[in-house]
Design a protein around this ligand. Structure first.
Ligand SMILES: [Zn+2]
Length: 428
């Protein structure tokens, strides 16, 4: 019997409520026992991982990433994306369907999963397209994709502009037990905007994107969620109005969940003052007021999940004038340290943070394992909360370098990532 003993770490699991110094015994890839340090868990045959002074949590799950394979392997491959995930402490990631070809059918889903099986071992949960080719005209084959292994559908990168199609998507997805993830954007309001609309955009001479480009679609999708009684997840919430709408809808009991990304609570539009295209994202970085609303949304549970929206681009797409540069930044290797700042600022407890990065995504995706329970697969992350480091994109496992956080001094990072009892990253 293959055994591993993780000894003496502070085990923190929002799912079971465990928080204390404990040992975890792993047998054949599964959690066999969790107990106090002086407990019966003592086996000289076990491989020992000394976790003393460290935090041991259920494996982190990133519900929103973009791997660029198939089609744009020069930006990221399934393999490089999985390595980046492992280094960031993630044991599982969802990947959006805007590849080339689009993941709107079984063969692309199969391809991604085959590549994932050959990679480091991080679990990959593909998200299928809502509409064929992400064109917003007709629905993709949800049954076919579901049996191939997709866990949700989204046209992420594109909004579903047609409300009737979105209604049908919610109804159809519900029938297959698939979550719909909405990229909320009204393309007519976005127009040619390159950054947040306001005084800063005027000063920089850039066309702006109003908050309403996001909030009108959040409002529409909430109405459709209510109409169809189907689960809906709102991606990358960035605007004050969106937080307010989601809070109200949740209070009415809708099956609504939401995520934000570290850049929306770490940065504001000031980050593009020097035309740094690494800070060009969609939705755009907004104002202090929006960032404060995102903080409040995280704090009061309106926003369930922190996801990286890891979006790799090469210098070909980024080293351009601001208007012409692609949207998106990479985030899997900085997501946890940036999120830990929320704990340091007193905005979130450590337990709430781990819930937003692990157990909440697991519940939303309806995974058949949640948290550190006996019998569950041994997916876990060991975090050194005291480890200080300087972000250096050149050391990233991602193939791309588009991060606005380069040079930032951060504290706290994953030092070991384990999936099904197998160590996929170890930097103790
Ligand atoms: Zn999106």
């Amino acid at each position: 019997m293959k055994q591993t003993l993780i000894k003496g770490g502070r085990v923190l699991d929002p799912e079971t409520g465990i928080d204390g110094v404990m040992d975890i015994l792993i047998e054949n890839g599964k959690i066999a026992e969790i107990g106090n340090e002086k407990s019966k868990i003592q086996n000289p045959k076990s491989k020992i991982i000394d976790a003393s002074g460290k935090l041991v949590t259920p494996g982190l799950i990133d519900i929103h990433t973009h791997l660029r394979e198939p089609g744009h392997e020069y930006k990221e491959t399934v393999e490089s994306g999985c390595l980046a995930a492992a280094h960031g402490g993630f044991t599982a990631i969802c990947c959006m369907p805007n590849t080339e070809p689009v993941n709107d059918n079984q063969s692309v889903t199969d391809y991604i999963l085959r590549k994932a099986n050959m990679a480091v071992g991080v679990r990959v949960y593909p998200v299928g397209a809502i509409s064929q080719g992400l064109r917003g005209e007709s629905l993709a084959e949800y049954g076919e994709m579901k049996s191939a292994g997709v866990v949700a559908v989204s046209d992420d990168g594109n909004p579903v502009m047609n409300a009737q199609l979105m209604r049908r998507a919610l109804e159809y997805a519900k029938g297959f037990g698939l979550l719909v993830i909405s990229h909320c954007e009204d393309r007519n309001l976005t127009a040619n905007g390159a950054m947040n609309e306001g005084a800063t955009a005027t000063r920089l001479g850039l066309a702006g994107i109003p908050n309403a480009a996001e909030t009108v679609m959040v409002a529409r999708d909430i109405a459709l969620c209510e109409l169809t009684d189907a689960p809906l997840h709102i991606a990358h919430v960035s605007a004050e109005g969106s937080v307010r709408l989601i809070r109200d809808a949740k209070a009415r009991g809708l099956q609504l969940t939401a995520e934000t990304a570290p850049h929306y609570f770490s940065l504001t539009e000031e980050a593009v003052m020097n035309y740094d295209t690494n800070a060009k994202v969609y939705p755009p970085l907004r104002t202090d007021r929006d960032r404060d609303a995102v903080w409040q949304g995280l704090r009061d549970g309106t926003i369930d999940v922190i996801a990286s929206d890891h979006a790799p681009h090469s210098s070909v797409e980024k080293d351009l004038e601001f208007d012409a540069a692609a949207n998106g930044l990479i985030g899997m290797e900085t997501s946890l340290p940036l999120s830990l700042k929320l704990v340091e600022m007193g905005l979130l407890s450590l337990k709430d943070l781990i819930a937003k990065m692990s157990t909440n995504p697991a519940r939303i995706l309806e995974l058949d394992y949640v948290g550190l329970k006996r019998g569950n697969p041994a997916d876990l992350t060991i975090i050194d909360l005291e480890k200080k480091f300087t972000v250096d994109a050149n050391t990233f496992c991602s193939k791309s370098r588009n991060t606005p956080f380069n040079g930032w001094e951060l504290k706290g990072k994953a030092v070991l990532t384990m999936v099904r009892g197998k160590i996929v990253f170890d930097d103790r």
